[in-house]
Write a protein that binds this ligand. Structure first.
Ligand SMILES: *Cc1c(COP(=O)(O)O)cnc(C)c1O
Length: 361
């Protein structure tokens, strides 16, 4: 079976973990600091703050931006649940704006109609590693005095019009095992704002700058140096890993020709690039479950990211946040999407197998 995801773990990753174990500095050591420094360099930001996972990064980003009860945050319903849950964690209300079927990202033309006096932030998600349309988002945010919090969990190394993803406001990344750069579990927050970065550091560590003196209510969201060591090796390989994903996606786009399938459009904005965390087709001309079974039968692993949009999840409905929302594109796309393997561990044979299997559907 060609797996849908496969972490690339080499001798360097293994050695890096052993070195940390030998050093005795398992937490708050030099690897975490170095990972933050290098992550900030990739994103072109003044600060990067490492946390235990991407969900914690989003949670902390919400708090550091002062989002709380009574506030509304505009976001996409077509994302991993953590994007939306982070809004719930701080007692705020998610307001859903529909997506574009060709980019899978928030429809920027529909954002302004969703703004109310309670709106505090826009949370775009760079889904599948494809940059959201940031210029209109930044313009709307400026016009209405809103914060921008990027969910960049799937998009490390991507660019929008020449600017690194993660540099547009407060941005949140995940280093979960299947992400483009992974540390098994891990998260990162990037920002150019000194005060937001300071708040993130406080929130990560019990609200404390000076040990056992607590200024605010904080958490324990620290990343261990064992995890940071893996992330550092991976980050060093980022150009190579993302280039391989891009080459794999280009191959699949070139070789999949099936009228029952819509392949993902290539990124055409000058200076923008997608980093293909997922390569996601839409199955429009046959039953998706049947397509999935047929691909599994010939050894091609697939997955559905994500089968149920956020506004149709039970805990969102129960909170009354799905009333009167019309999100037909997200609902349609959730019924059609199917992600194929695109990770850097694929061989030329694997790619041929995948394309041929999809063409035979
Ligand atoms: C992975 C992911 C997260 C959460 O990251 P974790 O490290 O798993 O907590 C949030 N948003 C998106 C879009 C993701 O893909």
């Amino acid at each position: 079976m060609i797996p849908i995801a496969k972490p690339l773990i080499g001798d360097a990753e293994k050695q890096a973990v052993m070195d940390v174990l030998d050093s005795g500095m398992l937490v708050q050591g030099p690897r975490t600091a170095e990972l933050e420094k290098q992550w900030a360099a990739v994103c072109g930001t003044r600060h990067a703050v490492a946390v235990v996972n991407g969900t914690a990064a989003l949670h902390v980003a919400m708090l550091a931006n002062g989002i709380g009860p009574g506030d509304e945050v505009i976001t996409t319903p077509f994302t991993f649940m953590a994007s939306v849950n982070s809004i719930l964690f701080v007692g705020a209300k998610p307001v859903f704006v529909d997506i574009c079927a060709d980019t899978f990202n928030i429809n920027v033309d529909a954002i302004e109609a969703a703004i109310t006096p309670r709106t505090k932030a826009i949370l775009p998600v760079h889904l599948y590693g494809r940059p959201a349309d940031m210029d209109p988002i930044l313009a709307i945010a400026q016009r209405h005095n809103l914060k921008v919090i990027e969910d960049a969990a799937q998009a490390i190394g991507a660019h929008y019009k020449g600017r690194p993803i993660g540099s547009f406001g407060t941005a949140c990344f995940s280093l979960y095992a299947t992400k483009n750069v992974m540390s098994a579990e891990g998260g990162m927050i990037t920002t150019n704002d000194d005060e937001i970065a300071r708040q993130c550091r406080l929130l990560r560590q019990h609200g404390s700058e000076r040990r056992y003196y607590h200024d605010i209510l904080g958490y324990n969201f620290r990343l261990s140096d064992l995890h940071a060591a893996i992330g550092l090796v991976q980050l060093g390989r980022l150009p190579e890993l993302n280039a391989q994903r891009q080459a794999n996606a280009a191959y699949l786009n070139q070789h999949i020709h099936n009228p029952k399938i819509v392949t993902p459009t290539a990124e055409r904005t000058p200076g923008s690039d997608a980093v293909w965390h997922q390569y996601t087709i839409r199955v429009t001309g046959l039953d998706r479950d049947a397509a999935m079974q047929q691909l599994t039968a010939v050894g091609v692993g697939t997955s559905i990211f994500y089968p149920v949009p956020a506004h149709q999840q039970r805990h969102i409905i129960e909170r009354g946040y799905a009333q009167d929302v019309q999100l037909p594109v997200a609902e349609q796309v959730a019924r059609e999407v199917l992600s194929l393997p695109v990770h850097p561990a694929l061989s030329p044979d694997d790619l041929r197998t995948i394309a041929e299997a999809v063409n035979a559907l």
